[in-house]
Design a protein around this ligand. Structure first.
Ligand SMILES: Nc1ncnc2c1ncn2[C@@H]1O[C@H](COP(=O)(O)OP(=O)(O)O)[C@@H](O)[C@H]1O
Ligand SMILES: [Mg+2]
Length: 239
């Protein structure tokens, strides 16, 4: 099966500084891939490259068989940015229906995605009155509208309580099982175990690219925080 994402020798500079230093990775279809690693490591920058909104200095990014950012990908790729991308002065339903009309998806679809993310009770509530987690789910609902084949989610679980985080990860797994490819970032290492595959980014370099189990074995620890530290140290010794 063709990879959903193919990144080769990707170099990106931001603010006059190189922030991705020749990254290569692939993401397989119908899977949940976690972009993990500390803040400033390049997770958001890499996601922007996948969406095609980031100027790249070198290398190539192919998404669903097309160059990233192609017009043909507009409906096939969903992106939820780190800060909520819904309108605060509209209700949840108004937001969903607005984005739905832009995509030509219709009101029924809009109402369905609200149910899917568990916001049925809040559908008549203004986004400005939602909790952080509810707002994150409202953004997610809007990203689901076009039934994107690739869903790119930048730290969707930040600030959520453990129950909601668990629910979201279950939803990602269900979407992947139904055929959606999900790339999701987090700086919380204990979320890594929920991914089919982990790309560990640090200071613009790929420190690891493997399954959570293989990474645990390589680092000789079950603890994901410890695993990350061990892999960083191993890497530093090799360099
Ligand atoms: N708008 C920007 N201008 C200049 N540098 C930036 C900008 N956004 C991010 N950076 C830099 O790019 C690097 C990677 O940042 P980012 O991709 O946001 O990392 P992460 O999402 O992993 O926290 C950091 O060194 C950050 O300071
Ligand atoms: Mg980020």
């Amino acid at each position: 099966m063709e990879a959903a994402v193919e990144v080769a020798d990707l170099v990106v500079s931001r603010g006059g500084k190189e922030v991705l230093h020749g990254l290569s990775a692939t993401v397989s279809q119908s899977s949940v891939t976690g972009l993990l690693g500390p803040s400033g490591g390049g997770k958001t920058t890499l996601m922007r490259c996948l969406v095609g909104v980031q100027i790249v200095t070198g290398g190539s990014v192919r998404v669903l068989g097309e160059p990233a950012g192609s017009v043909a990908l507009r409906k096939r790729v969903g992106y939820v940015t780190q800060s909520p991308s819904v309108y605060a002065d509209l209700t949840v339903r108004e937001n969903a229906r607005y984005f739905s009309s832009v995509l030509g998806a219709g009101d029924t679809t809009a109402d369905q995605v609200i149910v899917d993310v568990g916001l049925k009770e809040q559908s008549a509530q203004l986004v400005s009155t939602l909790s952080g987690g509810q707002r994150a789910r409202a953004s997610l609902a809007c990203a689901l509208l076009g039934e994107p084949e690739l869903l790119i989610l930048d730290e969707p679980t930040v600030g959520l309580d453990p129950v909601l985080r668990e629910e979201l990860w279950e939803m990602f797994a269900a979407l992947a099982a139904a055929g959606t490819t999900i790339v999701v970032s987090s700086h919380v290492m204990d979320e890594a175990g929920r991914c089919d595959r982990i790309l560990l980014l640090r200071e613009g370099n790929l420190v690891a690219d493997d399954t959570p189990d293989a990474l645990r074995r390589a680092a000789g620890t079950e603890d994901l925080d410890q695993m990350f530290l061990t892999l960083i140290r191993q890497r530093a010794e090799v360099a």
